[in-house]
Ligand binder design. Structure first.
Ligand code: ADP
Ligand code: MG
Length: 554
């Protein structure tokens, strides 16, 4: 209960609603840092190729198995506000550059832990924040400086970057194949404007179906629609497809009010049926008149209409998803029309081939060789649903890193080498500063080095020996000395061709620094009672029920 004592009367004055939890000053900071640290500790073990996976079970019992930082944090039912911020940092990283989502959380967590040590030594949070910002800007300069410039269209480098991202995933067994697909897909959709390249990832559609194995995952120059051809007499393949997209039902419109038809003589029944058939035939005539030979309909198609369409040699699918209709429009150049009367030859789209194929026990429609050459899909196959789900997430990362290099063609060799180098230079920079700020700058160096420490730990190496060896090598000018996690040895990461886009770590430094600064500035947490988790219970995974670790104010 939050109250203040009115000195004159000795009566408590209630300012905040009963049940509100409040913590102030160092205590608030400590609770926030602890929450952030719990998140970063939980995620640490999944960094790098030797990182572990997490199995997350939601309240419906659905299982997700993943190694992706952003996914883990999204699936966890996090309660604590500071812990939620960590999840947001990871999401930002995912949205901005698509990878490095574990790295950013570890970095932010480590920055906060180091900050707390400084606060205990009586360094004020604002001094720490200033120091961190200076160090971060220095780090960005160093990454720019040591980054290796590449030709953004060099397929070999792009593939290596995709491989590095995929090798640390559950689906690493199929990494070379998936990397190849990711590069092909990006090169298909890349756009050049002046001397810069642009990539719109929305052009790359992902469709998935269990069965076969990850190695059967394929790139399709067009779209895959998870629908079957509506009538068995319709053609299964159409070359030179003229595609119509209709957002209306091919049925007799039902009246909005109840009506009765009185039929008095038997001939009238026939006349009525003939008339109805006439109307339906008319609908098909309109489709034929527009020279459409493949029709995708967002709504239903009447049985009789199906029959007439089949007779006219037209392929059709019904109840196609809105998102698929839009993708078809973008890919084939067709216009989605609202009534069959609006269907014209000019509104038709084009694809070289539309084909229904049997995939496992269902049918899917492949639309290939579309008018817009940027239309490309990745058709993921894999033994189980969980495998294809993780493959989809991993492909997202791979596509993103390839995009990152195409957009900013600069790469680093990974395995902790850049972090060790940056830490070394930032330490030197700290020595040039005076006073408490230099402590904060040095703490930043430690924090960024913790990425390399974590990689070493996860690879089963002795972190202290490994880091001191790396530091010594970097001191001698071995810029790309890092941790080869698979063999658990120190190696030249450039020779091994383990590359990643410079954008990833630069974005991670920016977001982690901002997040740490934001949390460090908070000296008062006021949470209304509905913020609390189940009373006294352990809340979500990690045991962060309610404002865990924060004693209520009396
Ligand atoms: P994130 O979600 O942050 O991308 P990952 O689990 O993908 O986390 O791990 C990325 C880290 O793993 C990077 O620091 C990268 O340099 C490192 N890494 C990738 N491949 C290797 C490798 N073969 N050996 C050592 N480190 C690697
Ligand atoms: Mg990664």
């Amino acid at each position: 209960m939050s109250s203040d004592i009115d000195v004159s009367s000795g009566q408590p004055i209630y300012i905040l609603r009963e049940g509100t939890e409040r913590s102030k000053g160092h205590e608030a900071l400590h609770a926030n840092i602890m929450a952030a640290q719990i998140i970063s500790e939980a995620i640490k073990t999944s960094l790098g190729p030797k990182g572990m996976d997490k199995m997350l079970v939601d309240s419906f019992g659905d299982i997700t198995i993943t190694n992706d930082g952003a996914t883990m944090l999204k699936e966890m039912d996090i309660q604590h506000p500071a812990a939620k911020m960590m999840a947001e940092v990871s999401k930002t990283q995912d949205d901005e550059v698509g990878d490095g989502t574990t790295t950013v959380v570890i970095l932010a967590g480590e920055l906060l832990v180091k900050a707390e040590e400084l606060v205990e030594k009586k360094v004020h949070p604002t001094v720490i924040i200033d120091g961190y910002r200076k160090a971060a800007s220095k780090a960005l300069d160093v990454f720019e400086e040591i980054g290796i410039e590449v030709d953004p269209m060099d397929v070999d480098y792009l593939k290596r970057v995709a491989m590095t991202s995929l090798e640390s995933k559950l689906v690493s067994g199929a990494a070379p194949h998936l990397a190849d697909i990711a590069v092909k897909a990006i090169l298909q959709v890349v756009e050049k404007s002046e001397d810069k390249y642009n990539v719109d990832l929305d052009y790359v559609k992902v469709e998935k179906k269990t069965g076969e194995s990850l190695k059967a995952t394929d790139i399709i120059r067009g779209l895959v629609i998870d629908k079957e051809v509506v009538h068995s007499d319709m053609p299964k393949v159409i070359k030179d497809a003229r595609i119509g997209l209709l957002d209306a039902a091919l049925e007799i419109e039902k009246t909005e009010f109840d009506s009765k038809i009185r039929i008095e003589r038997p001939e009238e029944i026939q006349a009525y049926l003939d008339q109805e058939e006439g109307i339906l035939k008319d609908l098909v005539e309109k489709v034929k008149a527009a020279k459409v030979n493949v029709l995708f309909c967002e709504k239903g198609i009447d049985d009789t209409v199906q029959h007439f369409l089949a007779r006219a040699g037209i392929m059709a699918a019904r109840r196609v998803k809105k998102s698929d209709m839009e993708a078809l429009a973008k890919a084939t150049g067709a216009k989605i029309v609202m009534t069959v009367d609006d269907l014209t030859t000019a509104d038709c789209g084009y694809a070289e081939k539309v084909e229904e194929r049997k995939i496992m026990d269902s049918q899917m429609i492949f639309v290939e060789g579309c008018k817009n050459p940027k239309a490309v899909s990745i058709f993921i196959r894999g033994g189980t649903e969980r495998v294809i789900d993780e493959a989809e997430r991993s492909l997202h990362d791979a596509l993103s890193v390839v995009k990152d290099v195409v957009v900013k063609p600069k790469i680093l060799a990974g395995g902790g080498a850049p972090e060790i180098e940056v830490a070394r230079r930032i330490r030197r920079y700290a020595e040039s500063l005076s006073g408490r700020e230099s402590l904060a700058v040095a703490a930043f160096a430690e924090a960024i080095e913790s990425i390399a420490v974590t990689l070493a730990e996860n690879a089963g190496m002795d972190p202290i020996d490994t880091i001191s060896e790396l530091q010594a090598r970097h001191e001698k000018g071995e810029l790309w000395s890092g941790i080869e996690a698979n063999s658990g040895k120190v190696a030249d990461m450039k020779n091994l061709g383990i590359y990643e886009p410079v954008l990833i770590i630069m974005q991670a430094v920016k977001s982690a620094t901002e997040a740490a600064a934001m949390l460090l500035k908070i000296d008062d947490v006021i949470a209304s009672s509905k913020m609390r988790g189940p009373a006294g219970g352990p809340g979500g995974p990690g045991g962060m029920g309610g404002m865990g670790g924060m004693p209520p104010m009396e």
